[in-house]
Ligand binder design. Structure first.
Ligand SMILES: CC(=O)SCCNC(=O)CCNC(=O)[C@H](O)C(C)(C)COP(=O)(O)OP(=O)(O)OC[C@H]1O[C@@H](n2cnc3c(N)ncnc32)[C@H](O)[C@@H]1OP(=O)(O)O
Length: 208
């Protein structure tokens, strides 16, 4: 099992329900889009990602965690650190991460991917506005953290968020590290940390 993970770090798409197959002779078209699918994102998903991100952040604060170019860069450099939730083929929520190699997040972490590092910097978690407050953000985050446990080397995840989201991340198991050095425009952030527990833990507990 472990060899499988290290030889292919990418998340194989999996479905919550069997893909719909309409076999009636009266229906010539076969519907094969899965009801619900979690998979790593690719640069081809960047536009859908950015549309959700833009609505979620620009309309609220005027600032986006990632520009479209940065989304493209991260999905090109480290797609294995991203996860999208698709329903009927439509992106409804996503996470984008990259590698980081210092104890705390610094401003340069916003635009940098450090390969082969032990820390994932979660840049952004966002849920489509029509799908919020339904548990999707929490579920996607939980699946993502379980998935990260199965990737070799990774030991922890870091992120920054505004003060009002600290309880949301605490509920997911993150611990508050204190005020972050990162600022975006006039916004300041708290830094949050999640211990992944290592591959040995994952092997015993997650079946990866
Ligand atoms: C590292 C980062 O990306 S930090 C930025 C996070 N992303 C954003 O702010 C983008 C816009 N918001 C979203 O996309 C979503 O609302 C998320 C990701 C914050 C939460 O996802 P959802 O699917 O809506 O949340 P979910 O239904 O799983 O959980 C709801 C809980 O989230 C928390 N929460 C969600 N939005 C807010 C908010 N605006 N203010 C305070 N708490 C909030 C609450 O604790 C809420 O619990 P409650 O209903 O008991 O009050």
């Amino acid at each position: 099992m472990a060899e499988q993970v290290s030889s292919s770090p990418f998340l194989r798409p999996f479905f919550l329900k069997t893909p719909l197959r309409v076999s009636s002779p009266l229906r010539q078209r076969r519907h094969t889009l899965p009801a619900s699918e979690f998979r790593n994102l690719t640069p081809q998903d960047a536009i859908s990602v950015f549309e959700i991100e833009r609505e979620a952040f620009i309309s609220v604060s005027g600032e986006c965690p990632l520009t479209l170019d940065e989304v493209l860069n991260f999905l090109g450099q480290c797609p294995e650190l991203s996860m999208g939730w698709f329903e009927e083929g439509q992106l409804v929520a996503f996470i984008i991460g990259s590698g980081w190699d210092k104890e705390t997040l610094a401003q340069e972490a916003m635009t940098t991917h450090i390969p082969d590092s032990q820390t994932v910097h979660i840049h952004v978690l966002s849920v489509h506005r029509h799908c919020r407050q339904q548990g999707k953000g929490s579920i996607l985050l939980w699946r993502y953290l379980q998935y990260l446990r199965c990737l070799p080397r990774l030991r922890r995840a870091l992120l920054v968020c505004e003060e009002f989201l600290v309880p949301f991340y605490q509920k997911a198991g993150f611990k508050e590290k204190g005020p972050s050095a990162i600022t975006v425009g006039a916004l300041s952030f708290m830094e949050m940390e999640y211990q992944l527990g290592g591959l040995a833990y994952a092997r015993r507990n997650s079946g990866c």
